[in-house]
Design a protein around this ligand. Structure first.
Ligand code: TYD
Length: 205
């Protein structure tokens, strides 16, 4: 099983990744490999620091997409493929759909290019199911203020950008059964229950 989580910043992905991992490990006895993007290998973590560096103002969108993809490619070959091959469940906090949503719909790079670059980077390793935790941009902004975190380079993009990213995710979900859209404003445990139901049905657990 390869399961990915997507959504705009502050949609609550990390909490749900943790809850699902704990459930599959403790209640179902699966071996779990958790990953987050960008990151997860020595090279990918170094690329992550460049991508999220708030002091970098002049990264071209071409460099941005290639760095995210380079990080992903390393992760696929070094961690995801070997894990799946030995029967470990891989749960990823973001994967290639983030590139389609953020660099494609958000930054405006042609979706045709994105699909080609994504295909090259993931090398056939497509998630079996992808949960999109959907929240509106105002809720995301409120959560950011509550958490009182300093926005990283990506989070510093404006409201219009995140509206395009959110709409992008919803557009992607409409055309592919791999996606499951969940209302990210629901209570944490209700979201978790929906996710478990979906995983159990899809994988016939
Ligand atoms: P991170 O701090 O991991 O955010 P989150 O917890 O919301 O996942 O930072 C990752 C940021 O990079 C996030 O703003 C989304 C963005 N991103 C892209 O723009 N393209 C991508 O392909 C990926 C994987 C992430």
């Amino acid at each position: 099983m390869f399961i990915s989580f997507e959504g705009i910043d502050f949609c609550g992905k990390s909490t749900q990744v943790k809850l699902l991992s704990d459930y599959l490990l403790n209640e179902r006895g699966f071996k779990i490999q958790n990953i987050r993007e960008p990151g997860g290998t020595q090279i990918s973590e170094k690329i992550r620091t460049i991508l999220l560096d708030r002091k970098i103002f002049d990264m071209t969108i071409q460099a941005e997409i290639l760095l995210f993809s380079a990080s992903r490619s390393q992760l696929v070959q070094q961690v995801i493929k070997p894990s799946l091959n030995e029967g470990t469940v891989v749960i990823s906090d973001r994967f290639h759909d983030s590139t389609t949503a953020y660099q494609g719909f958000g930054r405006g790079i042609s979706i045709e290019y994105i699909e080609t670059i994504n295909r090259f980077a993931i090398d056939g390793t497509l998630p079996d199911v992808t949960f999109i935790l959907d929240i509106d941009v105002e809720t995301a902004e409120k959560r950011r203020v509550q958490k009182n975190t300093v926005p990283d380079r990506m989070e510093s993009a404006g409201k219009e950008f995140f509206t395009r990213v959110r709409d992008g995710y919803l557009t992607m979900a409409r055309s592919d059964k791999r996606f499951v859209v969940i209302d990210g404003k629901m209570d944490v445990m209700n979201i978790h229950k929906e996710i478990i139901n979906e995983v159990e049905n899809r994988f016939k657990l």
